[in-house]
Design a protein around this ligand. Structure first.
Ligand SMILES: NC(=O)c1ccc[n+]([C@@H]2O[C@H](COP(=O)([O-])OP(=O)(O)OC[C@H]3O[C@@H](n4cnc5c(N)ncnc54)[C@H](O)[C@@H]3O)[C@@H](O)[C@H]2O)c1
Length: 260
């Protein structure tokens, strides 16, 4: 028996990186997967490669979520994975002193508003089924301050807290809808490209990014996906409001500096 058989799972930002790996892992475990993203070409490729359905979904757009709710009124698993650092747009100033309000808001619109809207949709859709699992992809940046990426860190910290509000709200209402947050540190995906760049310094920059990590390496998207399979499945039936770190030991000791 596959671990996610008979479960319908929607994953946001699933065209690439961690979301793509989660979509693959869920499909391998027998789930009926709905891949969503704003990158329709890559999203459809991902969906086709695993026999999944694709839907366009900009997580920051309430109208998109309402359309999804009408098309997919019942759901077992939602992974609020879509996220941006803010550097993708070419805006490289994200410190607390100099960041622009528009850059701050743009990051929160995707990461935090997107997760809020996703949770709101999922609660309604999971009540139809009598149970469900919401998995919110936060970050180790939601647990420590990041001076050079303040909006990203703030949005991820808020996701951590909102996950607990959702978990408590559902439990208080007697619904078997669980909500947990996942906190990866450096996972090797395209999200790092604007920071790594090309050229001869790329390897040096990569090594520097994990120099403080006790395991001295990046994590892989499949390693995050494996934890999401566990959270999505019935084996995690008593786990709600929890936060899981996947950081190669980074936050285990005070000597491990979060860097910049
Ligand atoms: N890679 C890491 O080191 C790392 C660490 C901690 C947390 N995370 C989190 O994991 C999640 C996935 O990151 P990733 O590394 O796979 O990044 P990625 O850039 O490879 O993938 C992000 C995906 O989200 C999509 N996306 C962007 N804006 C969107 C929007 N408004 N609506 C819907 N989709 C949108 C992109 O098109 C892309 O497919 C993010 O929430 C990120 O913050 C990543």
């Amino acid at each position: 028996m596959q671990r996610l058989e008979n479960k319908t799972a929607l994953i946001t930002g699933a065209a690439s990186g961690i979301g793509k790996a989660i979509a693959k892992a869920f499909a391998n475990e027998g789930a009926n997967v709905i891949v969503t993203d704003i990158d329709d070409a890559q999203g459809k490729d991902t969906a086709d490669s695993i026999g999944a359905r694709y839907e366009h979904l900009d997580v920051s757009d309430e109208a998109d979520w309402l359309r999804i709710a009408a098309a997919i009124p019942a759901l077992d698993v939602l992974v609020n994975n879509a996220g941006i650092t803010g550097f993708e747009s070419g805006e490289m100033v994200h410190d607390p002193e100099n960041a622009s309000l528009s850059a701050w808001r743009a990051v929160h619109a995707v990461n935090l508003d997107g997760t809020f809207l996703g949770c709101r949709y999922a609660i309604g859709a999971m009540k139809q089924k009598g149970a469900g699992s919401i998995i919110n992809i936060s970050s180790r940046s939601g647990l420590v301050g990041i001076p050079g990426a303040a909006a990203y860190a703030s949005s991820k910290a808020a996701i951590r807290n909102h996950s607990k509000s959702v978990a408590l709200y559902c439990a208080q209402n007697g619904w078997n809808i669980r909500c947990n947050s996942v906190h990866p540190a450096a996972i090797l995906t395209p999200i790092w490209e604007p920071m790594l760049g090309d050229g001869p310094d790329r390897d040096t920059r990569m090594a520097a990014l994990v120099a403080d990590t006790p395991m001295k390496r990046f994590g892989m998207p499949e390693e995050v996906a494996a934890i999401c399979v566990m959270l999505a499945g019935d084996e995690a039936a008593y786990m709600t409001g929890a936060e899981l770190t996947l950081d190669g030991g980074l936050l285990a000791g005070s000597a491990a500096s979060p860097g910049s």
